[in-house]
Design a protein around this ligand. Structure first.
Ligand code: OAD
Length: 256
């Protein structure tokens, strides 16, 4: 249970924010039933899974990797956004409605923020519902909403190569344009909410420090303390699916 005064203080900052940024990680989707990566039942505890999330693993057996991604997509298809996702989409509307800017930077690939109605989303680690040419014949992405897919690996619709999942694997670079925009908006932010991330994977983990160094306020929302908690102006510990709607209720009460 967060002190009502703390909720009121953070909500006031949310009402006043002109350049709002949110950084999310797997924890924001946990209450929707999507497993996180680290921790007790973390996804990356299964070594075979980490083998599948590499370009080397994909090149060795694209069919096997696609089958696995299709299995994951099948699981995610059943999943709905939770009240935390919806509260963030609502906050975006209020900020943009009063002429401010809002960017939601996510490390998640599940597409749940979009599903909940968020608009200005920067997906740092890609999106499991999209694929791209393995050879990079075009920058275009192919939307693949169906699961299971009719064939593995799916052929590239633009050349004679195959498609690969549009996700960042171990050892791969992030999209430079998305990364640059994430740093720019974080540096300009008057407020950043950091939600459900262990704040261990860079460059995402560095973004709140960029905001803080430029004079913006950092609010962390996480089930438990992280390394960032010590640097944050406010660290709210609890479920994001409960804290975010509580904050939004207060924002509305304050007329934001
Ligand atoms: P992690 O699994 O590292 O961390 C999830 C965080 O969410 C932890 O700090 C939990 O305490 C917190 N958490 C869990 N349930 C929560 C809840 N209901 N409300 C609030 N917080 C909750 O996931 P990420 O930080 O997202 O990268 O991991 C970052 C990246 O590491 C991932 O995007 C992935 C992984 O390797 C790639 O796949 C490229």
């Amino acid at each position: 249970m967060i002190e009502p005064e703390t909720i009121a203080k953070v909500a006031e900052l949310m009402v006043k924010a002109r350049r709002a940024v949110v950084l999310t990680g797997a924890g924001v989707s946990a209450e929707s039933g999507v497993p996180t990566f680290r921790g007790k039942d973390g996804f990356w505890r299964d070594e075979d899974v980490t083998q599948l999330a590499t370009l080397k693993g994909f090149l060795a057996d694209p069919k096997k990797v696609w089958e696995w991604y299709d299995w994951r997509r099948g699981q995610l298809k059943e999943v709905e956004p939770n009240p935390g996702h919806y509260a963030l989409a609502e906050w975006e509307k209020t900020v943009v409605g009063r002429g401010g800017s809002y960017s939601l930077i996510t490390q998640n690939i599940d597409g749940l923020h979009e599903h909940a109605g968020s608009k200005n989303i920067l997906e740092l680690h890609g999106n499991i519902w999209y694929a791209r040419c393995l050879k990079g014949c075009t920058a275009e992405l192919k939307y693949l909403p169906d699961t299971p897919l009719p064939e593995y690996p799916p052929p590239c619709p633009w050349c004679n190569s195959i498609l690969r999942p549009h996700v960042v694997w171990f050892g791969e670079q992030l999209d430079p344009a998305i990364t640059e925009e994430s740093f720019t908006v974080s540096g300009a932010a008057d407020l950043i909410l950091v939600v459900g991330t262990s704040a261990q994977v860079y460059p995402a983990a560095g973004l709140p420090y960029v905001t803080s160094r430029a004079g913006g306020t950092v609010v962390e929302i996480n089930l438990e303390p992280t390394e960032l908690s010590y640097a944050a102006d406010f660290a709210l510990h609890g479920k994001s699916g409960e804290i975010l709607p509580e904050l939004m209720d207060k924002v509305k009460e304050l007329g934001g």
